[in-house]
Design a protein. Structure first.
Length: 471
């Protein structure tokens, strides 16, 4: 109509911005491809054995590699280093109790220490532990005790191309069958890992958690939450699960904890710190036994191997991680990398997870058989071509040998690009994307790897490799 004023069109901004300002920087050296080839050969083709000074963009892990906030650094100055009854401990204890709802909180120097204490206590020969997917240190602590670790993700969860909003869920039908088959008294614990790291960083729904809880309570089985990425899991529940869009991320996490008997946390992930963890429990008797083990192996019950300044940083980080702006940035920046790689034709674990992007190395290098470790080959190529360190999550990490020495491969051959929190900018991710463009062009010429030396447990950390001349 003549004279009518049209409302301005609302513009949707597409650029992801970091919801923080950078006040301090850590420079790194821009190495050449020939230098990196020499560095990798000297490290026996294992990225774990590289010096950090030889790495440009380090996506090996998101564990302990976060950038701490100004408030966390201020808290470090205020850390109370008293051996017993530290006020920093009291602060951490209060924050963890508020989040988890558990009465008994044991600080540990990192998550695997908490795993060793609780799973060593309730494990041992003849015991079985059941999980959506055990991660490497969890499985190692369980198997080191003499127990067995069984993974029961939902059907099709190991198909990287299959789309499901909660692909990290545990198969509850199999859970009940295994408990009945083994006998409830022989099940050390059911462990729900959120998000499911070894399953491609996929989230677990509240409905699945509730059903696992019901089954465990029915049979009197201990139900533990591996909660190191519980805030990121809460983001997916808020976004994807009916009935949770009106709840805060922290309220969602608190509900999930309420369904369990205890939790293990590596604070080096969602608590946004470089060192620390805890064990949280509901049962007083189990907690008392764990306290004795804590004192023997980690330290007194009010520090557990942590300095006061570490506990200050954990207490602050566990509150900062539930900030809505932070979580939105965190998840969207991970999706940005994954979406761009997917559009380029890089085969990925889909949908994109929260803390990492997982490359399907078996599809990326279809000409490399699994016993020649396509994931390790991809991790090496990514480093040589771009100075980017990643980690294989496939038959190097999880493969086993049969009685004849033949490899029993892992269910998937993945390479994980784990993104440290608040460390890299969007331009760093653009560089990673460009490096994959180079890898795609040359992928037919890449050959597999051979293990030349390996330890009995957790071989991926220290194993040595050689490049094969031909398939």
């Amino acid at each position: 109509m003549h004279g009518e004023t049209l409302a301005p069109k609302k513009m949707v901004q597409k650029t992801i911005i970091e919801p923080f300002r950078i006040k301090s920087v850590e420079p790194f050296r821009l190495s050449s491809e020939s230098e990196r080839s020499a560095f990798l050969k000297a490290a026996d083709y294992n990225p774990f054995l590289l010096s950090s000074d030889q790495v440009m963009i380090d996506l090996l892990t998101d564990s302990g590699t976060s950038a701490m906030s100004a408030n966390q650094w201020a808290g470090i100055i205020n850390g109370d280093e008293a051996y017993a009854g530290s006020r920093s401990w009291l602060k951490m204890q209060a924050v963890v109790k508020d989040l988890t709802g558990f009465e008994f909180i044991l600080p540990t120097h990192q998550g695997r220490a908490a795993e060793r204490i609780i799973y060593g206590l309730v494990g041992g020969k003849g015991k079985t532990f059941i999980s959506n997917t055990h991660f490497d240190t969890t499985r190692a602590n369980i198997e080191f005790s003499g127990a067995e670790a069984i993974d029961i993700p939902i059907e099709n969860a190991t198909d990287p191309s299959w789309i499901h909003p909660f692909k990290g869920n545990l198969n509850t039908e199999k859970l009940e069958k295994i408990i009945l088959e083994k006998g409830a008294g022989n099940v050390g614990a059911v462990i729900l890992t959120v998000t499911n790291n070894s399953g491609g960083g996929q989230p677990v729904s509240m409905a699945n958690t509730r059903e696992v809880s019901r089954i465990c309570r029915k049979h009197g089985v201990l139900f533990m939450l591996d909660c190191c990425r519980v805030a990121e899991n809460a983001y997916f529940i808020h976004l994807r699960e009916e009935g949770y869009s009106g709840k805060t991320y922290k309220e969602i996490a608190q509900e999930m904890f309420s369904l369990t008997d205890g939790a293990v946390m590596s604070a080096k992930k969602d608590a946004l710190v470089n060192m620390g963890g805890f064990l949280a429990l509901k049962d007083k008797d189990i907690a008392n036994e764990c306290k004795s083990l804590l004192i023997i192996t980690e330290g007194f019950t009010t520090y557990g191997g942590l300095s006061g300044r570490d506990m200050e940083a954990i207490a602050i980080g566990l509150e900062e991680v539930f900030d809505a702006d932070y979580l939105t940035y965190r998840m969207k920046s991970t999706a940005y990398l994954g979406d761009h790689l997917n559009k380029m034709g890089v085969p990925l674990m889909l949908p994109i997870g929260g803390h990492a992007v997982y490359i399907d190395a078996k599809q990326f290098y279809p000409h490399i058989p699994v016993d020649q470790y396509p994931g390790q080959a991809l991790a090496c190529e990514l480093y040589v071509k771009g100075g980017i360190r990643s980690v294989e999550i496939g038959s190097v990490m999880f493969g086993k040998y049969d009685s004849m020495g033949k490899l029993i491969p892992a269910s998937m051959e993945l390479v994980r690009l784990a993104i440290p929190r608040r460390v890299y900018t969007q331009s760093h991710m653009e560089y990673v994307i460009e490096t994959f463009e180079i890898l795609l062009e040359d992928r037919k010429n890449v050959r597999g790897m051979k293990i030349t030396e390996e330890p009995k447990f957790l071989r991926h950390f220290t194993a040595k490799f050689e490049k094969l001349d031909q398939v």
